[in-house]
Every structure is written in C-alpha cells, then in structure tokens.
Design a protein around this ligand. Structure first.
Ligand code: URA
Length: 237
C-alpha cells in the first residue's frame, strides 16, 4: 500500500505539490471514483488510477540506461559536483542509484535503478558479468599486450586480474582498443594499461552483460530499459 500522492509522483504525474494540485482540481480517479485526498492509501499493484484521463502505470522498479557524459560523478549526490542523478529530469524515483561506478572522466553505459537485488547480482564478483570498454590509449598496443591481458595482470591487488580480452582496433603512437573484463576493480582498465606501460586517454563503456549502450543516446541522455532488456539482464545473473 502507498499514499496516493506518492503513487502519482512515482508514475510520472509531477512533483508532490503538482500532484496535490491535480488532486484538488478533482482530476484523479481511483477505481472509478474521484479522489481528492493525497494521503489516501492505495494498493499500488491493483488500483486503477487515472489522472487527467491518462492511466497511471505503476512499476515497482525503474531501470534507466544512461550514456554518461564525461565530467559527471557516478554518485547519487555530491555537494560540489554534478552527479548522474542530477541529469535525471522530473522527480527522481526513490532509491535510484547508479549500478557500479564509472570514473568521472569515463563515458558510456551506466545503468540506474532502484532494484537493489539486480544491482547486487550484476556487481557481485562471483558472477563475472562481462563489461566491454572502448579506449584510446597512449602508446603502441601490440599482440604481446593481448597475451598479457589474457594471462592476467598485476595491478597491485592480491591476485592478478582475471583473463581479459584485448582487441586492437588500431595501433600507433596512440592506439584504439576494445577490452572485455569480468570484474570491476577501482580504475581497473586504467590500471591494466599502466601495468603494461600505456596510458588511457579516453574510456567509454559499451556494454554490461547483455545490456548494450543504445547508440541513439547522446551523452547525458537516458531512456528506460525495454522489458526484454530487463528480462535478459535478470536471466544472466
Ligand atoms: N576502468 C576504469 O579505469 N575506469 C572506469 O571508469 C571503468 C573501468
């Protein structure tokens, strides 16, 4: 059960005060009756709610795919710096947080959800969910590096990194690569390249498990996941 005003906020009808105004105007119907009380408790899974003629569709969890722009923190709040939650328009659903962290300067796929269980499973070191990144690297990346990424690298942790697939897209004074890792240590990709004498200049995450960054999202844009994307992520973890 939840309060009607909260329910209307969570189904996208506005902020608490906007929703209260809609209620006051008699624009909200619950199970065929006009209701004006914001504090009315409704069963969010059963109630038939209309607001201004539009049906409210309640989803317990929210799943957003964001193309994180560089320069924004993967955090829920920060006193000084912009966070990915600041990019979410309208009322931010309760408990929304980024699943894992991308560095401030890293771009690309970031999943935001309030489904703590799925997030936990995606991040669990035991699950080895593949993450694919594209990077621009200072230094010539060679087949020798490919072999060393595959063998595991000493990045100053107790254990070597798990085998990672390094694909060379172009090699020169600056190289372009694609890397697949199955863990998520702090600054992992940057530290892996440091371990072989290169420096990451630019980094973008392309995928996390079955979830691929939607190429139509400009940096800073996001969209809700499609039901099949959610299903595939759940199946995988
Ligand atoms: N590895 C990094 O070094 N940084 C990221 O943001 C993600 C992976």
């Amino acid at each position: 059960m939840m309060r009607l005003d909260r329910y209307l906020c969570e189904t996208g009808f506005g902020t608490r005060s906007q929703v209260k105004a809609l209620l006051k105007k008699g624009l909200v119907q619950v199970d065929g009756e006009i209701v004006k009380k914001p504090e009315l408790k409704i069963d969010e899974n059963r109630a038939q709610v209309f607001c201004g003629g539009a049906a409210a569709v309640y989803q317990k969890y929210v799943y957003l795919m964001m193309n994180k722009p560089p320069g924004v923190l993967s955090a829920t709040e920060d006193r000084r710096q912009k966070t990915v939650l600041d990019l979410v328009e309208g009322p931010v659903p309760d408990g929304l947080f980024p699943v894992g962290r991308l560095d401030k300067d890293t771009e690309g796929l970031l999943l935001l959800t309030n489904d703590g269980e799925l997030a936990h499973r995606l991040l669990s070191p035991k699950k080895h969910v593949d993450k694919i990144y594209e990077a621009k690297v200072e230094g010539r990346v060679t087949e020798e590096h490919v072999r060393r990424f595959e063998e595991g690298l000493d990045i100053g942790e107790k254990k070597l990194t798990l085998p990672a697939a390094l694909e060379i897209l172009s090699s020169g004074e600056e190289s372009r690569v694609r890397v697949t890792i199955r863990e998520g240590k702090f600054h992992q990709i940057k530290r892996m390249f440091e371990a072989v004498g290169c420096r990451v200049l630019w980094l973008k995450r392309l995928s996390m498990g079955s979830l691929r960054l939607d190429g139509s999202l400009e940096p800073g844009e996001y969209r809700t996941l499609k039901p099949e994307e959610i299903e595939r992520l759940k199946e995988q973890t």
